[in-house]
Design a protein around this ligand. Structure first.
Ligand SMILES: Cc1ncc(COP(=O)(O)O)c(C=O)c1O
Length: 477
């Protein structure tokens, strides 16, 4: 693994106000560092500053830093390498639980896993797989490579856009291995190293990582307590003229906000004026839970300028690994070019399965939405009852409650909760710039009994002396 050096000043910034007086300083420091590593804010393989450098930066005794490093070494979060100092690591047993590439369900037996906002497969998927298998033989005589996607699936996807009032040709559709892959490809296709890409904050962290890994600089615009701050977005677009913007306007992950038609129109105009290509991620679009009418697709306000990303991960099943892009005609060749160095297509069988599922979406999705609405309400009730000082807005769709705690204790709560069998991701992970320590995202994807028991244990953890709390204030629904 290639090491990256974390300067003492950067580490000191990440630690923030860590000395909270709840125990010996070295132990508090070790716990803060452990959470930063486990939470993905400090990447495994990062070389920490020397004990002397960190001692100077934090203004603590050398013994405090030395003892904290020793604790981390003993618990497997730090390795000493001759010549390269102290390098962070994830002990293998916590990797599936807390690593940033957490795989939901794996090794999570007996744990209440709130780290992943993705439901299990819809009932009926096995039937769709059986029908797809029956269609497979005609494809077996071909090489099976379809860099743009199987025509039959592209037709279904294009028809779904037409149904939403956005004229779309199957030639504009590119099938990918999920929405994240689509975002990576789109960013690669339209940006160059050093370009600015605008995003919301908070937002889906893996997509931000994908943008950064393409060499782009992320310009994160904070969401306001009432949703998107249009004047702030417009001002930021004017001032920074980003090359691209990656936005989640349908039940934004993690806040759950849905952008109004008027704001879509206004934002699309701002992007067009600054020649910013909007990449709009509609992964959660199908999950409206209160029967409301959905606003027109963002791309309908600039059909030749916006790239739309879609996926069946949340509507049908993440295990299918099928997503897509709707690309303006003039960009199709460039996007396919960018894709060619990443992969050469999506598995044929899965594409056939998804084509079948999309054909039946009007019968399959209502039950999906009804079940998620039940889970959302059960989670909201449980949080209101067990954690009355947490505030959240009941989202009209999507997969999670975005909870604000009275104090910035998110990262410490993650560690305490884990010891109580509850896996969480701290709010800071959803912030491209750090911060958001007062927030926790709670997905409502577990079944209702598990949600209730998970929240009960979470409330116990929140009351644990390891997490400083003040039980005041009322929740807002
Ligand atoms: C906004 C958003 N985009 C992309 C993804 C990943 O989707 P996929 O599984 O299709 O790659 C997620 C999953 O949480 C998401 O919330």
């Amino acid at each position: 693994m290639r090491e990256r050096y974390l300067p003492a000043s950067t580490l000191s910034g990440l630690l923030g106000e860590w000395a909270d007086g709840t125990g010996p300083a070295y132990r508090v420091l070790a716990e803060r560092l452990r959470l930063l590593i486990a939470d993905g804010r400090i990447m495994p393989g990062s070389r920490l500053p020397s004990e002397r450098e960190l001692t100077d930066a934090l203004g603590v005794s050398r013994t405090t830093v030395a003892s904290a490093y020793r604790e981390l070494r003993d618990s497997g979060y730090l390795m000493s390498r001759r010549g390269s100092g102290s390098v962070t690591a994830l002990p293998s047993k916590v990797m599936p639980e807390l690593g940033r590439h957490h795989a939901p369900g794996i090794d999570a037996e007996g744990l209440y896993d709130f780290t992943c906002a993705a439901p299990s497969a819809i009932p009926g998927i096995s039937t769709a797989v059986a029908s797809a298998a029956a269609e497979l033989p005609v494809h077996l005589t071909t090489p099976g490579y379809h860099p743009q996607g199987l025509p039959v699936l592209r037709e279904e996807i294009a028809a779904a856009y037409e149904e939403r009032g956005l004229p779309t040709s199957p030639d504009q559709i590119i099938v990918t291995a999920g929405a994240l892959a689509a975002t990576s490809i789109a960013v690669r296709a339209i940006t160059q190293i050093g370009d600015r890409v605008l995003t919301e904050s908070p937002t889906h962290p893996n997509s931000v990582d994908a943008i950064r890994r393409s060499g782009c600089r992320v310009v994160a615009v904070p969401m306001s307590p009432g949703g998107w701050d249009l004047p702030l977005l417009e001002a930021t677009i004017r001032q920074t003229a980003p090359r691209a913007a990656w936005m989640v306007v349908d039940f934004q992950n993690p806040t759950g906000w849905l952008m109004s038609a008027a704001d879509r129109q206004r934002l699309a105009l701002a992007f067009a004026r600054s020649r910013t290509t909007a990449i709009v991620d509609e992964t959660l679009f199908e999950l409206s839970l209160d029967g409301q009418e959905m606003p027109p697709p963002f791309a309908s306000y600039d059909p030749d300028g916006v790239i739309t990303v879609g996926s069946v991960s949340k509507s049908f099943w993440g295990g299918l690994r099928v997503g897509w892009m709707r690309v303006p005609e003039a960009l199709v060749a460039r996007v396919l070019d960018a894709r060619a160095s990443m992969d050469l297509g999506t598995p044929v069988l899965e594409q056939l399965v998804v084509a079948g599922l999309l054909r039946q979406r009007s019968t399959l999705l209502p039950e999906r939405r009804a079940e998620l609405a039940r889970r959302r309400d059960a989670l909201a009730d449980a949080v209101s009852l067990e954690l009355p000082s947490w505030r959240f807005r009941l989202p009209s769709g999507g997969l999670s409650l975005w909870c604000e705690l009275p104090e910035p204790v998110g990262s410490s709560l993650v560690g305490v909760a884990q010891r109580n069998g509850v896996l969480l991701v701290a709010g800071s992970r959803f912030s491209p710039d750090g911060g958001l320590e007062s927030f926790i995202r709670l997905p409502f994807t577990l079944d209702t009994d598990a949600l209730r028991e998970g929240v009960r244990r979470l409330a116990e953890s929140y009351g644990d002396p390891g997490t400083p709390t003040r039980r005041t204030g009322a929740m807002i629904a």
